[in-house]
Design a protein around this ligand. Structure first.
Ligand code: APR
Length: 232
């Protein structure tokens, strides 16, 4: 059985990174048009760099939680097929929890991008508008994050995985943002069973075949241990 997992901010919530649309969520404190769109960056690059510098510092101070570790155990221990891990998150807690080959469809806080030449490199702890690109020297550096209105990364690879998946698992996402919110439907059309592991029912477009609700640090390890025990 090929498993495709999609995670959202809820998988990192118990690591203290917060989410976007719940009360106290990031989008209740910042105007996403100002800090998460190309237009906002063009208007005020310093504000946008400050926003991601703060998130980068927040992420550095956070630790992976039991859900991150459980998904890494699943990747390492599942022998009945492939386990692909797609995340909407830009933090590196999946990797620090032991996961490999994580598909970051919305980019990564730990990476920087030159808007002039397309060069990518490991982001410094703090970025500023006047930073020169290490490759071309232009002062056009930006966080390597996919903003609203931009096309998510790795979509061809994701479509291929969804077309061949037998079990699609959505973890810690509200199902508000496309194309990620449409992945469950795509997988279902391809014949996959769908499972939601979330704190509460998401707003996705279709009902899942199975859903378990509760904190990710409890329901994700429970599900992983069940799956690994079942293959013995
Ligand atoms: N355990 C499990 N799920 C949780 C937990 C938890 N401890 N805490 C919160 N959640 C769930 C919430 O119920 C909600 O459904 O996580 C989800 C978080 O939803 P959002 O804040 O909308 O985050 P996400 O779905 O990841 O947002 C998707 O939107 O702003 C863009 O690019 C950004 O990647 C982000 C995308």
């Amino acid at each position: 059985m090929n498993i495709v997992i999609l995670t959202g901010a809820g998988v990192s919530a118990e690591s203290g990174l917060g989410t976007f649309r719940e009360k106290d969520g990031l989008w209740t404190k910042y105007d996403l048009n100002e800090v998460a769109t190309p237009q906002g960056f063009a208007r005020n690059p310093a504000l946008v760099h400050d926003f991601y510098n703060a998130r980068r510092a927040n992420c550095r101070g956070a630790a992976p939680n039991a859900a991150h570790h459980a998904l890494a155990r699943l990747q390492a221990g599942y022998t009945k097929g492939s386990v692909s891990l797609i995340t909407q998150n830009v933090d590196d807690l999946h990797e620090r929890g032991g996961a490999t080959g994580v598909i970051h469809m919305h980019g990564e806080l730990s990476r920087a991008l030159c808007a002039a030449c397309g060069h990518r490199w490991d982001a410094p702890q703090a970025m500023a508008p006047e930073d020169p690109c290490p490759a071309c020297g232009a002062q056009a550096t930006r966080p390597d994050i996919v903003w609203f209105g931009e096309f998510p990364y790795h979509m061809e690879r994701i479509e291929t995985l969804l077309a061949a998946c037998d079990l699609f698992v959505s973890i810690g996402t509200s199902g508000n943002v496309y194309p990620a919110a449409g992945f469950a439907e795509e997988a279902r059309i391809a014949g996959a069973r769908t499972l939601e592991l979330n704190l509460e029912p998401s707003e996705g477009m279709i009902p899942f075949d199975e859903a378990r609700y509760g904190p990710a640090t409890r329901i994700v390890p429970d599900w992983v241990e069940e799956l690994l025990a079942g293959q013995a």
